[in-house]
Design a protein around this ligand. Structure first.
Ligand SMILES: Cc1cc2nc3c(=O)[nH]c(=O)nc-3n(C[C@H](O)[C@H](O)[C@H](O)COP(=O)(O)OP(=O)(O)OC[C@H]3O[C@@H](n4cnc5c(N)ncnc54)[C@H](O)[C@@H]3O)c2cc1C
Ligand code: SF4
Length: 330
């Protein structure tokens, strides 16, 4: 590992200022992803700006009935918060499905959003990778892509985003807020993660030098009836090979509101808007759930070794919506 500087910021303005002092400065949250990438030589910062002392560790109700979540809130504290458990249970379930207890104690909300892909080629300096070294190629397209994207990918990169938390946040229209030297800004999660295109190394619309200050969740009544289901290759301590965050509001057998987002299928959490449109105002039954999943997955372009994800995601949609519909009748 090469030498680097370390500074601890105590307010957001200081963090923004320190970040602006060097182009190779990076913010340090829990360090559970960044430090691993530094050890692998993928990240080579000259300065680490530690954000864990920033006054951004609160979760509070907003006046409109939503939630404001500070950027340095740990994944464990967010999962355990009573308002999250009650009003957005899929978010708690998504967080608890990720990593391990020790990692969740360290990991922050902002760090979780910005964690990098687990594509094996990305972390292997001996291999080409357009995301790590633009213009070098993407060996995953013809190589190991069992756990790669089936939606929204490009020939330049087929990596998936690894976060569970972000999938639930996408379903509930979360907005990411940040601070820069030019002032504050906000990005809905849909606009926060950029399409892959021919620039897979540019993953978010966050301006250069921005410090994420938190995430705002609007009030979403349907989210009180929500679930997160994750499929992985072993029972714990593994990233998803498929996941779904689902929320359903059913009255008299008719879908009044539905939220759906998929994980492990794209370079970002995949909000399933075509499926949502297909369901609203229609019956809450297995045929409708399957047709909605098919409407979304019609856009899938699987590679030879990851076709299973189309079926897996379809089955997750049908199963989780059926569970929510059944719960609504109790
Ligand atoms: C063994 C293992 C298993 C895991 N399993 C899962 C899993 O199943 N599901 C899952 O979702 N995750 C999993 N993770 C990933 C884990 O959730 C992330 O590593 C963690 O959420 C990152 O948060 P952090 O605070 O440690 O980020 P850091 O590593 O500190 O930072 C990550 C990135 O965010 C940037 N950053 C941090 N704070 C800010 C800020 N305020 N503003 C702007 N940029 C910022 C950093 O500069 C860096 O680029 C796993 C990790 C490990 C090591
Ligand atoms: S899928 Fe993306 S991250 Fe993986 S090798 Fe290809 S360019 Fe790199």
């Amino acid at each position: 590992m090469r030498e680097f500087g370390y500074q601890r910021a105590h307010d957001v303005a200081a963090a923004v200022a320190l970040l602006g002092t060097a182009p190779d400065a990076r913010l340090l949250g829990g360090g559970t992803n960044l430090v691993d990438l530094m050890k692998a030589g993928v990240e080579r910062p000259g300065l680490l700006v530690d954000v864990r002392d920033l006054p951004l560790d609160e979760i509070r109700a907003t006046t409109d009935g939503g939630l404001r979540i500070g950027a340095t809130v740990s994944n464990s504290d967010l999962a355990a918060h009573p308002a999250v458990r009650r009003h957005y249970p899929a978010l708690t379930q998504a967080l608890l499905a990720g990593a391990s207890g020790q990692l969740r104690n360290m990991a922050t909300v902002a760090g979780n959003l910005l964690q990098r892909t687990r594509c094996g080629y990305f972390a292997d300096l001996a291999k080409p990778c357009n995301k790590r070294a633009p213009g070098t190629g993407c060996p995953a397209v013809t190589g190991d892509h069992r756990n790669h994207a089936i939606l929204g990918a490009s020939a330049h990169c087929v990596a998936t985003h690894p976060s569970d938390m972000a999938v639930a946040l996408a379903a509930f229209d979360a907005v990411v807020t940040y601070e820069t030297a030019d002032g504050p800004g906000a990005l809905p999660l849909d606009a926060f993660y950029l399409p892959v295109g021919d620039t897979p190394h540019i993953e978010t619309a966050l301006p250069a030098g921005a410090v994420i200050t938190g995430v705002t969740l609007p009030p979403v009544p349907a989210a009180a009836h929500s679930r997160y289901r994750k499929v992985r290759e072993r029972a714990s301590y593994a990233f998803a090979i498929g996941s779904v965050a689902a929320a359903l509001d059913v009255r008299d057998g008719v879908v009044r509101d539905v939220r759906l987002a998929f994980g492990a299928v794209a370079s970002r959490p995949w909000r399933a808007r075509a499926a949502e449109r297909a369901l609203i105002g229609g019956p809450a039954d297995a045929d409708a759930f399957a047709a909605a999943a098919d409407a979304e997955l019609a856009a899938a372009e699987p590679l030879p070794e990851n076709r299973y994800k189309v079926t897996l995601t379809r089955n997750l949609v049908v199963t989780e919506l059926a569970r929510l519909a059944e719960e609504a009748t109790r």
